[in-house]
Ligand binder design. Structure first.
Ligand SMILES: Nc1nc2c(c(=O)[nH]1)N[C@H]1C(S)=C(S)[C@@H](COP(=O)(O)O)O[C@H]1N2
Ligand SMILES: [Mo]
Length: 528
């Protein structure tokens, strides 16, 4: 019987080749889309669009889990995961095309349609953004059909030989050879075209070089950092957080790249007149220095999502004055080029005593790309998600009743003043330190109010006031320290702050959602 004489494992072997055909077709699909994305729409990369879509739809606890597990590498982990999913899915499509044609092509078309949907529903897409995934689907499907045709021919050759019990002529090998020739060409071109397109689109986007060529104008006024503003204690956060170390939190899968020459800020909504400003217009207003500590709502008690910078910028109230705010408005919805939005109370932006700014400089250089180049907002006293929009492009004067920001329907409060807090930097939690006289030190912040007092408690002892650094202003954190005669054993070190209104830091623990964590940090320290 022909069936019985079949060489062992033939079927399994063809399934493997079919899987390879699928993976190659998937790669051709992606590479074609990347190539046409260069021409038609840079935002039309299927992988990045699907990745962005995933970021937007995954539930908050999952996001927190991803950040907790992968930290700064959460987006790379996502891309690797997506890549694996693409390989597996396209392998399955290849097998389907062999055993149940044309189901493989159907699967590829569905994937194409889904990624097109992910692309055209992203914020700020261009009208032709559907073309790259569409062309990718067409070319990928053609390659899959052609590969499968050759694979089927090869399989027919093998079956013919075994059916003839080896008595006929040896198989022609034509199907086999043609399959490998096409697979090789398609696979190699996909890799070359895909990698080259991505590289080019990243270089085209190389706003980094434009940024490097720009010179930061000198400030009209500078901030004086008082004597004694910074302690020299190993392990203590520096007074200003270097840009490379500054925490980064945003929903952008790839950093938006904006050429300041074409950048515009639109101020519209409930205004007397719609105003459009260029980067130069902002610079021409004259830039002042502002020292402001930025805090993320996702910062846990004792967490790292807080940083202090010397910003260079202009007051937001002066920018809003150019448009003239109409009465009845109570919110400014700031929009980013990546579609992100934040809702900031209008009063926080017009208050003469509050330094809410548009920033173009950070710690003596232009804003780093990841921190919002060319222009971002910084508002003292409000968590970043309701105030610190990066890659800013529009300020819509509106009302809380009429508009909603990105995080509002995702479980976070529409308004979110920073809950003032204090943190132990050294000794590190869980670390072992040698007994003797050692400093306990950290930072404390109460933006727009100021820190009055920081107290430390060891084990069940009394709360003891720590020494505070000289504050730069009310909007920046202060450093604190205390000398401690550490005795061998394990000890609990706790910290709490009091602000200049006389309020004590909230003792009760609260999670980060919906409006920021609270609680006193208590660290277990081992002394040897
Ligand atoms: N465009 C955009 N701006 C954004 C965000 C974002 O996701 N997209 N995140 C906000 C949040 S939650 C915080 S805490 C700050 C963080 O700013 P940083 O990354 O410069 O530290 O940016 C804010 N601005
Ligand atoms: Mo944040």
């Amino acid at each position: 019987m022909a069936q019985r004489n079949r060489p062992h494992g033939t079927r399994g072997r063809f399934v493997l080749w079919a899987a390879l055909a699928g993976v190659i077709s998937g790669a051709v699909f992606l590479a074609t889309a990347e190539l046409f994305a260069l021409i038609f729409a840079r935002s039309a990369s299927p992988i990045l669009a699907v990745g962005g879509f995933v970021i937007d739809i995954v539930p908050q606890p999952f996001k927190e889990f991803a950040i907790a597990t992968f930290g700064e590498y959460d987006k790379i982990a996502l891309l690797v995961g997506l890549g694996l999913a693409v390989v597996i899915a396209s392998a399955i499509a290849g097998i389907l095309q062999l055993v149940r044609p044309p189901l493989g092509v159907v699967a590829l078309v569905i994937a194409g349609a889904l990624s097109t949907a992910a692309i055209v529903t992203r914020a700020g897409v261009t009208p032709l953004a559907f073309l790259p995934p569409l062309l990718g689907t067409v070319v990928g499907s053609i390659v899959l059909v052609l590969l499968n045709r050759r694979l089927t021919a090869w399989k027919a050759d093998v079956v013919a030989v075994t059916a003839a019990d080896g008595e006929s002529e040896p198989p022609t090998q034509m199907g086999r050879r043609q399959f490998f020739i096409l697979a090789g060409i398609a696979g190699a071109s996909a890799v070359i075209v895909g990698v080259a397109s991505r590289a080019v689109s990243m270089t085209v986007a190389s706003v980094a070089s434009i940024r490097d060529a720009l010179k930061l104008p000198s400030p009209t006024s500078t901030v004086t950092v008082p004597q004694g503003a910074e302690f020299d204690i190993p392990g203590l956060s520096s007074l200003f957080t270097p840009n490379e170390d500054f925490y980064r939190v945003d929903t952008a899968l790839t950093v938006p790249t904006i050429d300041p020459a074409t950048w515009r800020l639109v101020i519209d909504g409930m205004v007397d007149q719609r105003v459009e400003m260029s980067f130069q217009d902002i610079l021409d207003m004259g830039l002042d220095e502002y020292a402001i500590t930025l805090t993320c709502v996702s910062n846990e008690v004792g967490g790292e999502l807080v940083g202090n910078a010397m910003w260079l910028g202009v007051p937001l109230r002066d920018v809003l004055k150019k448009a003239g705010v109409k009465s009845g408005a109570d919110m400014v919805l700031s929009k980013s080029v990546d579609g992100y939005t934040a809702s900031t109370p209008l009063s926080a932006l017009t208050d003469e005593n509050l330094d809410a700014i548009l920033a173009v400089g950070m710690n003596g250089e232009l804003l780093p790309l990841e921190h919002g180049f060319p222009v971002r907002m910084v508002v003292p006293g409000l968590y970043g998600y309701v105030s610190a929009t990066k890659w800013l492009t529009e300020l819509k004067v509106t009302t809380f009743a009429d508009d909603e920001a990105y995080w509002t329907p995702r479980g976070y409060s529409a308004e979110a003043p920073i809950k003032f807090s204090s943190r132990i930097d050294t000794p590190k939690l869980g670390s072992a330190v040698a007994s003797g006289r050692i400093p306990i030190a950290g930072v404390a912040w109460a933006q727009s109010v100021g820190i009055e007092k920081v107290e430390v408690k060891i084990d069940e002892g009394e709360w003891v006031p720590a020494t505070l650094s000289a504050p730069i202003n009310e909007d920046t954190w202060v450093q604190w320290f205390m000398e401690w005669d550490a005795t061998p054993g394990t000890h609990y070190v706790a910290v709490r702050a009091t602000n200049k209104n006389g309020d004590l830091q909230i003792e009760e623990r609260a999670p980060i959602a919906p409006d920021g964590s609270s609680g006193w940090q208590r660290s277990l320290i081992r002394v040897t």
